[in-house]
Design a protein around this ligand. Sequence first.
Ligand code: CUA
Length: 257
Amino acid sequence: MSGVLKLERRIIVISTAFVLTLFALAALALNLFHVGLPTCLADIKPFQKGELIAHSPTHYELHYVARMWEFDPENVTVPAGSTVDIYVSARDVAHGLILLGTNLNLMVIPGVVNYARVKLDKPGTYQLLCHEYCGIGHDRMTTNLRVVDMATFQAQQAAPTQTQPTDPIYRLLEAKDCLTCHSINGEESIGPTLKGVYGRTVKLNNGSTLVADDVYIRESIVNPTTKLVAGFDDVMPKPELTEEEINAIVEYLETLK
Ligand code: CUA
């Protein structure tokens, strides 16, 4: 019996030493020989933000970034007769991109930028869909690509653009991906809406109810799994936030009537 224990102990010691040696060698390679670690793809330009670039009034470059569960940018408008070069990349898992009514059909793979050119002559609203199962919000991963006649397009370009909410906490919620699942306008999505959350009577999935106070809101940010709202799935990751950011968000949510 003790012979087996001795052997087990020896194996544990040797394997631990082996793992530590590997770590030490990796650290050495990093410092001594400047062997770089691969950069996180999510920090590189094509994987960060989508954009529409106009090359001429009828030639556009449209960069989509796909992620669970949306395409960025949303609701793009181009004039009829445009040639659109579409580039698409994914920030997280494999998605798909199909533009209904055209023959545009691409796989969207993390770490890869896929490309296709499409000519859009007929005005209308084309639905852009993810056609690769990518998780619980897959069926909602859709946006529109609108094609309008040139005169309408030019009139729209000339009109003043809508102002975006500029509140720094709103920006923070956006940057931390909170708004992907929580709306601030009362619409229920993958997660409950944040509008009027403070003071709301919340029904939990264990059957109990509570009134959302600052303690509950804080807990739901820090430990999303602890008290799940009935009807919603346990899919929220723990966000990376500093203590100050959490305080600011709790305060902000209390003002969202
Ligand atoms: Cu993204 Cu399905």
